[in-house]
Design a protein. Sequence first.
Length: 380
Amino acid sequence: MRASFRLGRIAGVPVGVNWSVLVIFALIAWGLAANQFPRSYPDRPVVLYVLAGLAAAVVFFVGLLAHEVSHAVVAKREGLEVGGITLWLFGGVAELRGEAKSPGAELRIAGVGPLVSLCIGLFFGAFAIIFALVGPGGLLLGAFAWLAGINILLAVFNVLPAAPLDGGRLLRAAVWKWTGDRTKASVVAARAGWVLGALLIGLGLWQFLSGVGFGGLWLALIGWFLIGAAGMEERQARMGSALRGIRVTDVMTPQPQTASPEMTVADFVDHYLFAYRHSALPLTENGRPIGLVTLDRVRGIPADQRATTTLAEVACRPEELALAEPEEPLNHLLPRLSECADGRALVVSDGRLVGIVSPSDISRAVQRGTVRDQLTPTPR
């Protein structure tokens, strides 16, 4: 999930927000200000309902961010690189580059997030109890009680044993510890995620058709997301098994053809399009990659604008590129392949471009790795 804008860094990790957060933020604030708070605490000024709803929504997302930051901090302590944290429609995601080194590391990385959410929920719950006993109550009590409940619910939902939830990671750690097979553990967690997603879709549709409300559609949407994410995790697990032991340098195309960022799109079409057999062209300055142009991006430029449009204007920006080291395990590269570059990565050594990895390179490596695994005798 790509961030629409950046908030800065926390614990050295870039933090961003996707535009879809605005949707769920507005729904939460509106639901509290227009329904729950007026129903529970009538006859207050409308402005107080609005302020309480907005404040509760902001604090909720701060807690969600704390959940993801805790994953990132523990992952860094376990030796993993964290590409960033992004908040979006279905919560948050910490982009971990690489895999946990052991079931114990997997357990610690996955378990800390729900634990933080639980602690936040208990914190607000304690204050809600105090306000209920000795305080003035009212909207402040209502906001604290809601924050307690939603964070505890978030912690409970996240520990359900199904990928891609944190509970799926905990299940994977347990199966990995029991069987010693990381791939099998990932497949088990992904299958569990598919089952949970199907159950949520069924329950959500039943609620909607029964007239319970539109909340059923939201439940079904979450289930649909879980099924898609679980299927992707299973594919990635099987691909990771096939790519075990393969380095980036084993599959890359060395010394790829490059172009200057000042070249116009017209020059590219006239002189490179048919002479260059690949569909992506790295842009470099003094040997250092600063962008990547694909045929799809060039195709979107109208013919009458090609002579005045440079490749730099249509290329992926440097921060969007997926970069890799030649000796890096190919498995570690897969999770961070740039969406902008259509699954391609540029290989650099001492900051200078030395190769490019394309989807076809990875596909061939997967096919060969699968054959290798099939021909390798199973230890008795």
